[in-house]
Ligand binder design. Structure first.
Ligand code: ATP
Length: 137
C-alpha cells in the first residue's frame, strides 16, 4: 500500500469543508494514518512549497497557507497518491477540475483550491516526514 499527504487548506477549513473532504477520502476506500488540525509555521510552509520558491505566486501562497488553520492528514491505501489526486481534481478548479471532484465542486480560483495532495512517491515521503515526523519511524 501507499501513503499520501493531504492538506485541507485554510479556505477549505474556513468554509466548513473538513467533513466533506474526509468523507470523500473514506468513501474512496482510503484509510487515515494521521490527522491533525494545525496552524502552519512559516518555516513548514516554506519547506512544503520549496519547489515553487521561484514562482511569482510563491509569497501569496505562503501567506495564504499560513492565514488560518489547516487539516494535515496521511491517507493510506492502494495507489493512494493517484487516488487522492483524482478526488481533488486539477489544480485550476474551473479549467481543469471536473464536477464531482473536490476542486470542481467547491472552488473558483487556482490559489484557493481547498486541498493539497502529494504528486509523487518522492513528494509523499518528503511531505509526510515534514508534517508527521513521528509517523513510519
Ligand atoms: P498542490 O501542490 O497544492 O496539490 P497542485 O499540485 O495541483 O497543488 P501546484 O502547481 O503544485 O499545483 O501548485 C501548488 C499550489 O500553488 C496550488 O494548489 C495553488 O494553491 C497555488 N498555485 C498554483 N498556481 C498558481 C497560480 N497561477 N496562481 C496562484 N496560485 C497558484
Amino acid at each position: 500500500t501507499e501513503q499520501t499527504l493531504v492538506l485541507i487548506k485554510p479556505d477549505g477549513v474556513a468554509r466548513g469543508l473538513i467533513g466533506d473532504v474526509i468523507a470523500r477520502i473514506e468513501r474512496k476506500g482510503l484509510t487515515l494514518a494521521a490527522l491533525e488540525l494545525r496552524q502552519v509555521p512559516t518555516e513548514v510552509a516554506a519547506a512544503h512549497y520549496a519547489e515553487h520558491s521561484e514562482r511569482p505566486f510563491y509569497n501569496d501562497l505562503l501567506e495564504f497557507i499560513t492565514s488560518g488553520p489547516v487539516v494535515a492528514l496521511v491517507a493510506e491505501g492502494e495507489r493512494a497518491i493517484a487516488a487522492f489526486r483524482q478526488l481533488a481534481g486539477g489544480t485550476d478548479p474551473v479549467e481543469k477540475a471536473t464536477p464531482g471532484t473536490i476542486r470542481g465542486d467547491f472552488a473558483l480560483e487556482t490559489q484557493f483550491n481547498i486541498v493539497h495532495g502529494s504528486d509523487s512517491s518522492e513528494s509523499a515521503a518528503r511531505e509526510i516526514a515534514l508534517w508527521f515526523p513521528a509517523l513510519n519511524s
